[in-house]
Design a protein around this ligand. Structure first.
Ligand code: GDP
Ligand code: MG
Length: 389
């Protein structure tokens, strides 16, 4: 079973975002360097971060670099991505699930197109907390930096980010060992510690298990298997099957992992749950088992979708309203239909806001990632913005 790492300090997922060349990778390296000397980290040099290994996610090739470090209070996993397209893909597919983001803005250049786009993207995919690193402060005229700061506050407020700490830093100078600028990195991390709250951890959340398989064990009954996504489950708990039509509610009479009985299963465990009085055909792959009332099935939702380019294995031509691909949401695999604005065409490489109508209701919530496939290949990746109806 995939067991979550246990740390004595709370763990958070953060990452850098911002316009190309504003210093995201330099800052990431600087954080690990300063903390390797003053806190808890292993120094990861720029070259190691910038050459992120390629990873495949639902048929999409993405680039993402992970580093980790500790402040006095917390353990952080931090992601940095090489290019703008990687941000779009990683954030939309949920590969980068950020509890908070460090928006890197060069004080020399100010707000640039990708600065705007990343703020918009962060809001769309549910990143609730942003801290700004106003970088390259070593070379910037302070009054110009004040102006950039004002503009940034407007941009952030427009997207619902209020009281955002803006810390003037120099990733480059800190990396070169200048004590003044090393202090600026510490100040930035203090702002992250203070401003980004520890999210509700998965084990504390209501129980959720996407159903992978349903089997009948002679003499015992119906057994449902899958990886526990959130929460915990133990014998005696009531669970509800949600999605694909009417769902049963049942009492769990056994929890096992790889054939061994468990006192309780928790987020990250692969589990087999024995359900009392349930017939095999009453639970199906594609449903979720959830704490009663915690999940709702929907057929319609709004989403942000990235269409893969032909080079990424996606379509060669654009799609328009009425396009009917197959949707993969957790273990569900259902046909559906995409609605676009009148006469609107989405081209490979585009990121678009769409409304999706599924052929069957599925457990949906804001932030849920999904894949879009057609003829056996992935052509798009999306995130649910909001369920409808
Ligand atoms: P990224 O594309 O956002 O990851 O940017 P990089 O970290 O690759 O940095 C882009 C360029 O800006 C490089 O030449 C860096 O040396 C330079 N740079 C990064 N941080 C600073 C800084 O704090 N001050 C100055 N003067 N230059 C910086
Ligand atoms: Mg970079």
């Amino acid at each position: 079973a995939k067991k979550a790492h246990t740390h004595s300090k709370p763990h958070l997922n953060i990452g850098t975002m911002g316009h190309v060349d504003h210093g995201k990778t330099t800052l990431t390296a600087a954080i690990t360097k300063v903390l390797s000397e003053r806190g808890g980290a292993r120094y990861v040099p720029f070259e190691r971060i910038d050459r992120a290994p390629e990873e495949a996610l639902r048929g999409i090739t993405i680039n993402i670099s992970h580093v980790e470090y500790e402040t006095a209070d917390r353990h952080y996993a931090h992601v940095d991505m090489p290019g703008h397209a990687d941000y779009v893909k990683n954030m939309i597919t949920g590969a980068a699930q950020l509890d908070g983001a460090i928006l890197v803005v060069s004080a020399l250049d100010g707000i640039m197109p990708q600065t705007r786009e990343h703020v918009l993207l962060a809001r769309r995919v549910g990143v609730e907390h942003v801290v700004v690193a106003l970088n390259k402060a070593d070379g910037a005229d302070p009054e110009l930096a004040d102006l950039v700061e004002l503009e940034l506050r407007d941009l952030l407020a427009e997207h619902g980010y209020h009281d955002v700490p803006i810390v003037r830093v120099s990733g480059l100078r800190a990396l070169q060992g200048d004590p003044e600028w090393e202090d600026s990195i510490e100040a930035l991390l203090r702002a992250v510690d203070d401003h980004v709250p520890v999210p509700v951890r998965y084990v504390d959340a209501p129980f959720l298990l996407p159903v992978e398989n349903v089997i009948t064990v002679t003499g015992r009954g119906t057994v449902v298997t899958g990886a526990i996504e959130r929460g915990t489950v133990k014998v005696g708990d009531t669970v509800q099957a949600v999605g694909l039509g009417d769902g049963v509610t049942a009492v769990v009479t056994g929890v096992e992992t790889f054939g061994k009985t468990m006192e309780r299963g928790e987020a990250g465990d692969n589990a087999a749950l024995l359900l009392r009085g349930v017939r095999r055909e009453q639970v199906r792959r594609g449903q979720v088992l959830a704490a009663p009332g915690s999940q709702q099935a929907h057929r319609r939702f709004t989403a942000r979708v990235y269409l893969l380019t032909a080079a990424e294995g996606g379509r060669h031509t654009g799609v328009s309203g009425g396009y009917r691909p197959q949707f993969y949401l957790r273990t569900a695999d259902v046909p559906g239909r995409i609605e676009l604005g009148d006469g609107e065409v989405a081209l490979p490489g585009d990121t678009v806001e769409v409304t999706v109508e599924l052929g069957r209701p599925v457990a949906i919530e804001a932030g849920l990632g999904f894949a879009i496939r057609e003829g056996g290949r992935t052509v798009g990746a999306g995130t649910v913005v909001a369920p409808l109806g």
